[in-house]
Design a protein around this ligand. Structure first.
Ligand code: GDD
Ligand code: MN
Length: 382
């Protein structure tokens, strides 16, 4: 009873405060297994921003530790706390974009939920954008007065610096920390550009700055990058892959979808695997060529399925024995039709007098496009 009464009272107090302070700022917090960080984060936001005028939007990719439920639990007695629970999707950048598009607040910030970013900075960041001093305010680990002490390893720190330098070269920006995940801007500015953002990788702020027309005025705030409070980093393993995917998107994205480029790269590796297996079992004359070829095809196809699942379709990754088995079966099905088309087209073209290697190349291209289209739709499509 007391509990219920307390809840009613706190909701009433909030409603009253909100009537005097309309919604001004939304803080978007992408989460993947951050349950124990949620309640302390809400507390710190309240401490930094006061009782009203803000909301927190947790965008959770269906964490298995109950992150979304923990945020909903708080949200039941605190309407400032909102949750978007995404099923079957992955990715820091796309989570941030979705969260930013889901608020009615005129200003929006994105920050990590693991306490490596200090919410106290939000106040000055908001003031800078509100006053027009900047179009985008962001927190930099490498600005004077900031530090990167919270980076989990020396290797990571080096990697971060290299990626930074590269990003600066590519985009021609003067930012000291182009990979920062802590920034604030006007929401209508974001909405204006949302269609042009890639949603791939984790360099979301860089993407916003690169696609803004006209260029945004940026102000840096030094950030003391803290250790994460609970849980572990999600970017340690994927960070390099994400960066490669981001670069591919930037260079080829205009002409070719990044997924197709990655699919093609995986296919190229598959050819190597195929030849290696063939050499290993056919060379010592252990089996007939037909069998060796069949085995090599199966191994290469399985390898390609696995790598595409890990890399090309990372954000739609199939899991569980059942999901993997059916996915693999469908992938093999798609690829056999592709292989058949490859052989048929190449043979006809060669008979028509086309040079053997260009006929083969046309066959390979047709098969790749076919395999890509089919597996995008039927293996990893939802
Ligand atoms: N929804 C969702 N989906 N959230 C995610 C995902 C995802 O696929 N991956 C990570 N997150 C969330 C985490 O739960 C955390 O709140 C935040 O995004 C940052 O993830 P971390 O795993 O803690 O990243 P980090 O600390 O290693 O990386 C930091 O440095 C990068 C540059 O070096 C972050 O600040 C990044 O934003 C930054 O780009
Ligand atoms: Mn972190």
């Amino acid at each position: 009873h007391n509990d219920f009464r307390q809840q009613v009272e706190s909701v009433a107090a909030l409603a009253k405060a909100q009537a005097t302070a309309p919604l001004d700022l939304a803080i978007v917090l992408p989460t993947l297994n951050e349950r124990d960080n949620i309640a302390p984060m809400v507390e710190r936001l309240e401490k930094a921003l006061g009782p009203a005028g803000w909301e927190a939007v947790f965008v959770d990719d269906n964490s298995h530790d109950g992150t979304a439920e923990e945020a909903r639990r708080i949200g039941r007695s605190d309407p400032r706390i909102r949750v978007i629970q995404r099923i079957g999707r992955r990715g820091l950048a796309s989570a941030a974009i979705e969260g930013m598009c889901a608020t009615a607040a005129p200003y929006v910030a994105v920050m990590d939920a693991d306490h490596q970013h200090d919410p106290a900075l939000l106040v000055d960041m908001l003031a800078a954008v509100k006053s027009g001093e900047a179009d985008l305010a962001y927190a930099s680990r490498f600005a004077v007065g900031g530090n990167a002490d919270g980076l989990s390893s020396k290797g990571r720190e080096k990697g971060s610096k290299v990626a930074n330098a590269l990003a600066r070269k590519l985009t021609g920006t003067e930012l000291t920390d182009a990979m920062s995940g802590f920034f604030l801007l006007r929401t209508d500015q974001l909405r204006k550009q949302a269609e042009n953002l890639s949603g791939i990788g984790f360099k979301i702020m860089l993407d916003i700055l690169a696609t803004a027309q006209p260029r945004l005025k940026v102000k840096e705030f030094p950030l003391k990058f803290a250790e994460r409070l609970a849980g572990e980093s999600k970017l340690d393993h994927g960070v390099v892959l994400d960066f490669i995917a981001g670069l591919a998107e930037r260079y080829f994205g205009k002409w070719l979808p990044t997924r197709f480029v990655l699919f093609g790269m995986v296919g190229g590796l598959g050819v190597f695997v195929h030849m290696a297996v063939l050499a290993a079992i056919y060379w010592p004359q252990t089996v007939a060529f037909g069998w060796a070829q069949a085995i090599a095809t199966m191994v290469a196809m399985t390898f390609n399925f696995w790598l595409n699942n890990m890399l090309t379709y990372r954000d739609k990754k199939l899991g569980g024995a059942d999901g993997m088995f059916w996915g693999w079966l469908k992938f093999c099905g798609a690829c056999s039709v592709g292989a058949f088309a490859n052989v048929a087209v190449a043979t006809v073209l060669e008979e028509q007098g086309m040079l053997w290697w260009s006929a083969a190349l046309v066959g390979v291209v047709i098969a790749s496009v076919w395999n890509y289209a089919l597996s995008s739709k039927f293996v990893w499509g939802r």
